[in-house]
Ligand binder design. Structure first.
Ligand SMILES: O=C(O)CCC(=O)C(=O)O
Ligand SMILES: [Fe+2]
Length: 316
C-alpha cells in the first residue's frame, strides 16, 4: 500500500534462515541495505521471528502502562533518559526505558522488580526475548553496513561497545476527538541504529531528502530501522541520520517499542582511519556518547533541543 505522498520506505527481507555472511542472499541484502540507507537513512525490515513475541510484547506493555502512576514513577534513574517519563504530564506520551537491556538481570532488577513487588517473570522474559530478536537483527544490519564500507574489521569492537537501550512508549488517545496530535517532535536518534516495532496504530513519519514526509505503515512482521547520529559520525558522514516524528490520530492507543544500539559510555566514538583521507577530512571529533547526552539534556532543560553531534563536536 502506498502512502499519501506516493513514496514508501524500502522493504528488505531478513526472514531467510540461511542469511549468513558471505552467502549470495547476504550479499544481495547488503546491497539493498546500503541503497536504502543512502537514499532514506532507514528501511522496513521484514523479520518473521518477531511474530513469535508480538502478542506477548504488547500485552506486557499494556500491563506496564496500566499500573498506577505512583508505581510507574518508582522507576527513576540518575540518567534523564532511563526510567519512567510522562512527557506531557497528561499521559499522552509515557515511556519506560532501561539500559543494557539484552541482559535479563538488568530488566528483572532494574524494571520488573521495582514495578511488581512480587516479581513478574513473564514480563521480564518477554522484554528480554524481544530485545534479543531486535539486537540480532541490529547486529546483522550493522555488519552489512560495515562490510559495505570496507570496515568490517571493526565489527567486534563496536559490538563490545554497544549499550542496547530499550524504550517502551505508549501514546494515549488524542484528546481532541481524533485531531492529529504531535506525539514526538521532529528529531534524529542519537545512537547508532534504532530498531522500532509498533502495534497496529500508525503515526511514525519520516522525512525524505526532498523534505517530503512519508507515513510509515509497517506490517506486523516488520521493524522500522533508522540510522542515528552516532553511526553517521562514526562513518565520517557517509550516511545521514533519519529525521522523523510521531503524529497520532484516531481513538486507539499507540504502543511502540524501540531498541536503540547506542555507544556505551567510556568508549570514544571515532571514525576509522579507512574513512578519513585528504578528500574526506574528519567531520566529527571523537566523542563519548554519554557525555554527549549529558550535554544534550543540559541544553534541553534550557529549552534548546537543537544540539546534534555536529554542534556538540564543535564544543569539545
Ligand atoms: O514511537 C515511535 O514510533 C518513535 C519514537 C521515537 O522516535 C523515539 O523515541 O526516538
Ligand atoms: Fe526517534
Amino acid at each position: 500500500m502506498r502512502s499519501e505522498s506516493g513514496v514508501r520506505l524500502p522493504v528488505i527481507d531478513f526472514s531467510k534462515q540461511e542469511l549468513k555472511p558471505g552467502s549470495p542472499d547476504w550479499d544481495f541484502t547488503k546491497v539493498q541495505v546500503r541503497e536504502a540507507l543512502e537514499e532514506y537513512g532507514g528501511f522496513e525490515a521484514l523479520f518473521d521471528k518477531v511474530l513469535e513475541v508480538r502478542e506477548a510484547v504488547f500485552g506486557a506493555m499494556e500491563e506496564l502502562f496500566d499500573l498506577p502512576l505512583p508505581t510507574k514513577q518508582l522507576c527513576v534513574s540518575d540518567k534523564p533518559y532511563c526510567g519512567y517519563h510522562d512527557a506531557t504530564e497528561k499521559l499522552l506520551r509515557e515511556s519506560m526505558s532501561v539500559d543494557e537491556a539484552h541482559m535479563f538481570r538488568n530488566i528483572d532488577e532494574g524494571l520488573t522488580n521495582i514495578l511488581w513487588a512480587q516479581g513478574n517473570i513473564s514480563f521480564s522474559k518477554t522484554m528480554v526475548s524481544f530485545t534479543q530478536i531486535a539486537a540480532g537483527l541490529e547486529k546483522t544490519i550493522r555488519r552489512m553496513v560495515l562490510e559495505s564500507f570496507g570496515v568490517e574489521k571493526y565489527t567486534d569492537e563496536l559490538n563490545d561497545a554497544t549499550n542496547y537501550h530499550l524504550r517502551a512508549i505508549k501514546y494515549g488517545r488524542p484528546p481532541t476527538g481524533g485531531e492529529p496530535t504531535v506525539g514526538a517532535g521532529v528529531h534524529t536518534d542519537k545512537g547508532m541504529i534504532s530498531v522500532l516495532y509498533q502495534n497496529e496504530v500508525n503515526g511514525l513519519e519520516i522525512r525524505t531528502k526532498d523534505g517530503e514526509w512519508i507515513n510509515i505503515k509497517p506490517s506486523p512482521k516488520s521493524f522500522v530501522i533508522m540510522i542515528g547520529e552516532s553511526l553517521s559520525a562514526w562513518l565520517n558522514g557517509r550516511l545521514s541520520p533519519l529525521y522523523h516524528r510521531v503524529v497520532t490520530k484516531g481513538n486507539k492507543e499507540r504502543y511502540s517499542i524501540i531498541l536503540f544500539a547506542n555507544p556505551r559510555g567510556g568508549y570514544r566514538v571515532k571514525s576509522p582511519e579507512e574513512l578519513v583521507d585528504d578528500k574526506n577530512g574528519l567531520l566529527f571529533k571523537p566523542f563519548d556518547y554519554e557525555e554527549y547526552l549529558q550535554y544534550y539534556f543540559a541544553q534541553a532543560v534550557l529549552g534548546d533541543f537543537s544540539t546534534d553531534l555536529k554542534v556538540y563536536c564543535n564544543t569539545i
